[in-house]
Design a binder for this molecule. Sequence first.
Ligand code: GAP
Length: 435
Amino acid sequence: MELSEIISFSKKNGFVFPSSEIYGGFSSCYDFGPLGVELKRNIKNYWWQKMFQRNNMAGLDSAILMNPAVWQASGHLTSGFADELVECKKCHHRFRKDHIKGECPDCKGKLTSPQQFNLMMKTFVGPVEDKTAQTFLRAETCQGIYLNFQNVLQSTRKKVPFGIAQIGKSFRNEITPKNFIFRTREFEQMEMQWFCHPKEAEKFFDFWLQQRLDWYKELGIKDLRTVEIPEKERAHYAKKQVDIEYKFPFGWKELEGIHYRGDWDLSNHAKHSKKDLRYHDQERKEKYFPHIIETSVGVERLFFTILCSSLKEVEGGRSEKSKKEKEIVLKINKKLAPFKAAVFPLVKNKDKVVKKAKEVFQLLNNFSVYYDETGSIGKRYRRADQVGVFWTITIDFDSLEDNTVTIRNRDTMEQKRVKIKDLKECFTKEFLLTD
Ligand code: GAP
């Protein structure tokens, strides 16, 4: 699907709305609607469970605002975290140098020579807006993990190798945010930092890269490739970097980064804070800075990837037999689907069928399910398919006699009869996040 179609689908169906729309919007800021918020939460929950499953992992939720010294130590306030900015002398639009070729794309004006532009978002803490009160919104969540490395070690008594996982907001003053929610100034990251002995770093790099690729395969995301980033283009902290790229409507772009950060973070924070952040390895009888393997993906970027890879246009007549125009089906992984099921009474003007359908809906209250009795059954199927509902459950006259319902599968369109008393168990088995 084209990017413009994905954007209008997202708005129409309550996935993503432009922020501050009634005031004309606000550049590159978006709000997540009723279905978007469900999808986002499902992505985060699934990632979290996957990270912890069979891995020695601890969780963290650190603050967005930190002592500005953190960003000095991490290298984010120096040229390591800056893009080259150029300005068109004619129309005065500003661009990232690596995002344009040759002349200014709007008006063919000449460009100024590049200037370094730091991406950290500044803010002030307290009532006085001077240099001493200045700090930054975090640009990556992982710095909070390094600062708490010793706290987590002490409170959990974990031993290296182990990981710390965190999900939270990050902010970057991107020069050219673009392509819908692909690159924004405010976004969420799901980051995992794996602390290991330096000699094991290579092994764990390969392990985590494979884990992440396996997860995307499980989610049904195809069109992925891995690209090893050459030294000149790597992030300032990375000794090795492999990007997992997806083929977006505007080309191959980074979805997730796997970084071997060595001891860059712990040794720099130790130096700047004058605290000993080394790990005392009782088994090896060594004291050292654990090396770090990082996996880092943006929630919104993955959200967008999932929409791109799941939205399918299919031949008409699939749900509404009489209609010939194309139908949209969101063939999203069932565990991520905003709604797992929809409950329909076959007819809406028969009290007993409606009453039974409402009872079934109540029974499934704890799952993400909605009730719909408006329009023909075909229209209701069509609406459900469009937003990725995995099961549609229909209550008909037979249900009144034998206490069964029909479950229709979104992808195969197969229908099966299931006893109402077994429904809860079916749901638990079908939609369990990890097993
Ligand atoms: N801690 C490492 C780190 O932040 P990164 O490659 O700068 O590495 C990791 O970012 C991931 O965060 C990217 O692969 C992308 O999914 C997401 N991301 C980064 N900048 C983003 C932006 N401006 N908008 C949306 N997502 C972004």
